[in-house]
Unconditional design. Structure first.
Length: 312
């Protein structure tokens, strides 16, 4: 973008004229001020994207954020939470006595190009040789037990963020952010106890009682963000969004350029994990697999994200 144009617009704004200019913006599309220094930024100018992306929604909880009660009531039904809003609030207060009160995020800037690699666990990563490409991103987000050891050539070695919930938890190295997706109050309690006394409760699957990870890099997904993904992105289809899809939406609130790896089936239509056995009958659970995949394809076609499917 021409720096003279920026100076010109800045001067107009300083004189209050840009209010008038805004109305005539469509005639001068090149006058849009760039939000990042990538070749293409994931901006909100695209009408389809604007119907889905709401940059005002806080992706992570922080000490000074208050969850709207309607979002709590939506969230508590996901895994049949029976405790009330005030229990939620006291638990969150305890969380922030232990973990950073505000999330560690790279702020957007016209001088910066924040790149995200969102790495799912699909078997289509096998033999992909995407490793070096994935590691080249500023932010590398991995999901649940998608480990790198033994698969470096295809999935890379770097992990800046790992998405987990208690039932999928694993130990992390000192430089990786633990990003908790909590589906019930017990998941928040787990986080506190796993870093202190140990957690000995039960869930639908066995839970790790302690965890090794950097306490100062813990981030917790905002339940209202989950609701937003369900409503704005999926138009309320399915019970709630899959972890993979919520991670993709999250990346759009963290980065200017997004590349997606390890999502979807392999070239024969089979769904399995790159680190597991080939399972020809794996279903995607209660999630709107088709709808989510369609949106991924739409974003890819509109050049909003790039989707690497491993076999093109
Ligand atoms: C975007 O999110 C903010 C914060 O949650 C909310 O107040 C606003 O109404 C949302 N906008 C749209 C268009 O949904």
């Amino acid at each position: 973008m021409n720096s003279r144009v920026i100076v010109f617009v800045a001067l107009l704004c300083a004189t209050g004229l840009c209010v008038l200019l805004r109305g005539s913006m469509p005639e001068f599309p090149q006058l849009q001020i760039s939000r990042c220094s990538c070749d293409k930024c994931l901006t909100e100018e695209d009408p389809w994207l604007m119907q889905h992306l709401n940059k005002s929604v806080q992706p992570f909880l922080s000490a000074d954020y208050s969850l709207p009660e309607d979002a709590f009531n939506w969230w508590k039904r996901l895994q049949l939470e029976s405790r009330d809003y005030s229990t939620y609030r006291t638990t969150v207060e305890r969380l922030f006595q232990m973990f950073p009160p505000s999330p560690d995020l790279i702020e957007s800037s016209p001088d910066r190009c924040r790149t995200c690699a969102v790495v799912g666990n699909s078997g289509n990563l096998r033999q992909s040789h995407y490793g070096p490409l994935i590691d080249f991103h500023d932010v590398v987000i991995r999901i649940n037990k998608g480990h790198t050891k033994g698969y470096e050539a295809d999935v890379g070695t770097k992990t800046t963020h790992r998405i987990m919930y208690p039932e999928s938890a694993m130990d992390l190295d000192d430089s990786t952010h633990l990003v908790l997706f909590a589906f019930k109050i017990k998941d928040l309690e787990w986080l506190i106890k796993a870093f202190s006394t140990g957690f000995f409760g039960r869930s639908y699957a066995p839970i790790k009682s302690t965890i090794k990870a950097n306490k100062d890099l813990v981030m917790i997904l905002n339940p209202a963000f989950m609701k937003y993904v369900h409503e704005m992105w999926l138009k309320k289809k399915g019970r709630y969004p899959s972890t993979g899809f919520m991670t993709l939406a999250l990346s759009m609130h963290m980065c200017d350029e997004i590349n997606v790896f390890g999502f979807g089936a392999d070239s024969d239509g089979n769904w399995y994990h790159y680190f597991g056995a080939v399972n020809k009958n794996l279903r995607t659970g209660p999630h709107p697999g088709g709808q989510e995949y369609d949106i991924l394809q739409q974003l890819h076609k509109a050049h909003k994200i790039h989707f690497y499917n491993g076999w093109q």
